[in-house]
Write a protein that binds this ligand. Sequence first.
Ligand code: ZN
Length: 233
Amino acid sequence: MTNLFEKDPYLKEFESKIINVNQELKTIELENTAFYAKGGGQPGDTGIIEIDGEKLEVIDTTKNGGSIFNIVENIKNAEKEKKIIGKINWKKRYKHMRMHSALHLICSAIPLDVTGGQIGFEKSRLDFNDPEKNINKEEIEEKINVLVKENHSISYEYLDSKILEEKPEIVRTMSVKPPKINGKIRLVRIGNIDYQPCGGTHVNTTLEIGEIKVSKVENKGRMNRRVNILLND
Ligand SMILES: [Zn+2]
């Protein structure tokens, strides 16, 4: 199975064939796929799988081991070996890409440990270990919007996973384990401001994120503080 979204996150439509069907779980496995599987705080893709002109609605995409599964509503006509056309719900996915890149900027702007995070269509959040309550809502918002406007490019690199043992400090989050594929880990670089392991889909430049709004900074327990963000449509 090849992840098409890893090399080209902008791929919205693709051809492939079915390699496995599970009628009971309502899952389809494809030979190649551009559907992003839920992971690293980013939701799984939705969309359409077309078989002989019939459209099956993909309601979620998940992964297990190295395999990616589309969960579909009506699986009846899905059969192994059948050719398909996959179409990603682009409105949703593109928002997730902008949100994901925005969270990396926030991560770079706040020099504290990340304890959790979630990307969503309407809003996203990142949790920090901030017992001294150093995070300031207005300050962060201003800082991020400067980085957005500076139009930094976003690119991917692959490193031997052994490098993580030598440089554990490049992993900023305690909650997300970087995905390891064939002994390699994928790193996302944002200009010279952020560099961290990540398997998610990102926009090409920070300008594509658009203006961000820090809607609130909430206390979550004694140590944790949650930074919530919104994007313009
Ligand atoms: Zn990420």
